[in-house]
Ligand binder design. Structure first.
Ligand SMILES: C[S@@+](CC[C@H](N)C(=O)[O-])C[C@H]1O[C@@H](n2cnc3c(N)ncnc32)[C@H](O)[C@@H]1O
Length: 396
């Protein structure tokens, strides 16, 4: 037998709550001759069951119905569904906290957040102490803030030894250049990397060229190359973010961007860069696209791993038709577009693969190394599923 104070202590409930339960008829105390209420083990068990039901999300009224064995099946099914949802939610929150403490990988969380709230993701990373450049690299490359520095060190160990940082070739650059209906005088190159295309533009146009990138080491390497080639005076390098370029409107008659616009989003680049072009100015950019036939039968024709790889690495990847529609909607006329040659793919992936092999001993086991190997595998398994497309557009 329990007195009300003992019952309250045993169950962690207040006296007032128990009196309220008594009023509702959930428990029934026996009054002793001296006026004290006493409760039995049965009351303890009813209350324990009630507490369990409450923890499952049932209201007091629903608990009472259950205790009095008028179980409402539909109500319980609904409560169970809500409870499962809450548990999943809490498990995700738990995984996030564990990952933030370095106990597991943050990759999936970064990717999910990036899909649903890309700007909040970048803002949040910047609050964690990453500058904009590193936040963007985290989004595109390392996808894990706990291992970001090591990832980037391994990644750059490979790329600092390569001249070309994306598919392209001198012939394809010249092919695009030949479509420009005027002689370029002021070219802005965006995402120039180590300047593989810059050098072609310098050698084949009389233009002054402003070559921009946000990787200082790449720009320093380009400056050395240009000085050695005697082009130093006509070409200026500027370290700048492609999403926030420090130039006055209508400063250039040509904008050139090979393999880089995807970083800020091709559609966003169409819109943002247009104001930097003079009237009738030309935008040349290249982008990875699904081949039309492949896009229509994405599920069947493309090797699963390849599809999964690009859907994860470049979720915004789309078809030529979609890019052309976006360009027109942004205020451009399409002059031409063409798929880069096989040589262009090999000019990038050939040296890239050779460099990975050369660094295998040093980098094997590193996450960056595994990701780069996956990219090479996706290239080999491409089977006509995607192209690198060059777009030549004129500002309307
Ligand atoms: C795939 S590489 C292409 C480089 C070069 N166009 C080529 O084909 O070798 C992309 C380039 O964009 C640069 N980049 C990345 N994020 C950038 C940003 N927010 N602003 C400017 N450049 C950026 C990288 O440093 C890199 O040089």
């Amino acid at each position: 037998m329990y007195r009300i104070s003992q019952l309250a202590e045993k169950l962690g409930l207040s006296r007032t709550t128990l009196l309220y339960y008594e009023k509702l008829g959930l428990i029934k105390g026996q009054r002793l001759a001296n006026g004290y209420r006493t409760y039995t083990e049965r009351d303890v068990q009813r209350l324990t069951l009630l507490q369990n039901l409450q923890a499952g999300g049932l209201t007091l009224k629903e608990c009472q119905a259950c205790l009095d064995s008028k179980v409402e099946r539909d109500m319980l099914v609904e409560r169970l569904r809500l409870l499962d949802e809450e548990i999943t939610h809490k498990q995700r929150a738990r995984q996030l906290l564990a990952a933030m403490l370095g106990e597991s990988s943050l990759t999936e969380w970064h990717q999910t957040l990036d899909q649903h709230a890309p700007e909040a993701h970048i803002d949040w990373l910047m609050k964690q102490g990453f500058d904009e450049k590193q936040a963007m690299r985290l989004k595109w490359l390392s996808k894990d803030m706990n291992t970001h520095d090591q990832y980037m060190a391994d990644f750059m160990a490979v790329f600092n030894g390569l001249e070309r940082w994306g598919p392209g070739s001198q012939a394809d650059t010249l092919n695009a250049l030949a479509q420009i209906p005027h002689t370029p005088h002021t070219i802005l190159e965006i995402g120039c990397g180590r300047g593989i295309a810059t050098q072609v533009l310098a050698a084949h146009t009389p233009a002054t060229i402003t070559a921009t990138d946000n990787e200082e080491k790449a720009l320093a390497a380009l400056n050395d190359t240009l000085n050695a080639q005697g082009h130093g005076e006509r070409i200026t390098t500027v370290c700048a973010n492609m999403a926030d370029l420090p130039f006055a409107p209508e400063s250039f008659d040509v904008i050139w961007s090979e393999c880089s616009a995807y970083i800020m989003g091709v559609e966003a680049a169409f819109n943002a860069w247009r104001s930097l072009l003079q009237t009738d100015g030309i935008l040349v950019l290249s982008d990875l696209v699904w081949r039309e036939e492949a896009a229509q039968t994405l599920s069947e024709s493309i090797d699963n791993d390849t599809r999964a790889f690009w859907q994860q690495e470049y979720p915004d990847m789309t078809t030529v038709a979609v890019r052309l529609a976006q360009a027109e909607a942004a205020g451009y006329r399409v002059i031409d577009h063409f798929a880069l040659s096989d040589d262009a793919w090999l000019a990038y992936y050939g040296p890239f693969e050779a460099r990975l092999e050369a660094l295998q001993g040093e980098l094997e086991g590193a996450r960056a190394y595994a990701d780069m190997q996956r990219e090479i595998a996706a290239f080999h398994a491409r089977h006509g599923a995607f192209d690198y497309q060059m777009f030549i557009l004129q500002k309307r």
